[in-house]
Design a protein around this ligand. Sequence first.
Ligand code: WTA
Length: 567
Amino acid sequence: MSHIGSYEDRIRDFSWSIAEKELGFKPGDVINIGWYATDRICRQGKASKIALIHEGFSGVERRYTYNDIRLASNTIGTFLRGLGLKNEDRVCLFMDRIPELYLGFLGILKIGAIAQPLFSAFGDESLLVRLSNAETSAVLTQKKHIFKVRKILDKLPHLKHIIIVDHDGKAPLKEREVAFSLEASNPVEDLECFPAKAESPSVLHYTSGTTGMPKGVQHVHYSLISQYLTAKWVLDLQENDIYWCTADPGWVTGTSYGIIAPFSLGVTQCVLDAGFSTEAWYRFIEKNRISMWYSAPTAIRSLMKGGDEIVKKFDLSSLRHLASVGEPLNSEAVVWSERVFGRPFLDTYWQTETGCIVISNYPGMEVRPGSMGKPFPGITGTILDPSRSEPYPAPGKIGLVGLKFDWPSRMRTYWRNEEAFQKKFRNNWYITGDRARMDKDGYYWFAGRDDDIINTAGHLVSPFEVESALLEHPAVAESAVVSKPDPLNLEVVKAYVTLKPGFAASKDLDLEIMNFIRKKLSPLAMPQEIEFVDSLPKTRSGKIMRRILHAKEWGEEIGDTSTLENE
Ligand code: WTA
């Protein structure tokens, strides 16, 4: 049994007021995440405790105390205010995992603006769609990414400021650009935080949809309550932990559990701004004596591929607790981690829309390898019969994962798209878009997605977005994008393409189209395979049937094709 108590104990008499009390919050009070993650920790006498250990791409390490991150977020917040930015303005973070990404996020929240993090590997098209949908006022970025912003500037009338956080002061600045240097700025001791209320908007994360363009998932400052408590109980973060969340803050794990939760709990966290390598990761754990490690199945599978021997070259005895998120965690990975690290990776399940972990294995609960675990106390889940949108009367069958949408960090709406938000509900259940089975003891077993969204290495890719980008290539007449199985990433993107007259399929064209997508969207969205075909399967009304192509890739039954045009 863990120090947290058993699952059953926790569920009994559960109330989110447990977190409110611990955070000293009462309903109606001001609740600014930026303040909770920095100033409050300093006031608790932890100003000189290390908040962030950052290792850059070149291996240079920087350490920031809680007082340092308090001052740095004040400084950035003050700078943004000086530009005229205010509460509810959307401010995008478009950076690699440099310290300014973490500190800027907190600075944005402190002034009540809405933080809109976007993955720095995004190309200009991905960026354009998300910045124009959010009518973003300012972007914080780096020199190396500025060319992508410049390319789309003419189409972004709302974007007033492009803040370059690593400008050397020498290169000329272009239209709307402004240089900022945290190191060269005078630290701001006092910043009046925006008096955010529970329902004040905080973070806007864009997530992929099946049919339309990406949607902005809108969160509020009150999300802190469940991000804090889930990190404490599921990730088991404790005072002396050295924590490593491997996710990039371009995605929700990297903000909820890579910024908000660890800092509001006052723990020390590490960031490695470098690509994946087995040795580099083990060395990072050894060097920093990491005790809590939150990662993802693709990374774990990559480590498994590295083998057991390499693990023995490092002292990883500091590891105390491991958890995983983003894709199904196969039982082999759980068993493997238990063997080599002496601890199992505990699976956690959630979504950008849920804002925090909703189903998980956690300390004090029997772990069933291959299962996602059980709903967090205070969260009601179910498996719905898809034909009736009602919970199955008994466990055992695969159906839709539904949740009672009532915990603090749930999304409040999709940005300016209440209609899409409402469509997520059936019979008052929030429909996650995932399928699973519940066993008789209440454990959830993931079965797959219930839509066409592709989950590649834990990143959701919208087939619609890739298809739209493909159509912009001069050779492409029509396209259909589906997933195909992959041993490491579980799924990768595959594109079926018909060509315009005058174009012929070739290896060169194949590569050209792949690169076109990589640059426009991102390396994640780039098709790993393009198949040139003469025609695509369509319904009689002309809609492309991805379902048929998907079934072909996965060797599944095609099902009902009675509406097919070219039968
Ligand atoms: C998938 C990431 C299986 C699922 C936090 C979900 C998972 C989507 C798991 C959300 C898991 C997440 N097992 N699948 N433990 N965790 N997923 O919005 O399909 O980037 O709906 O949020 O990832 O991805 P998102």
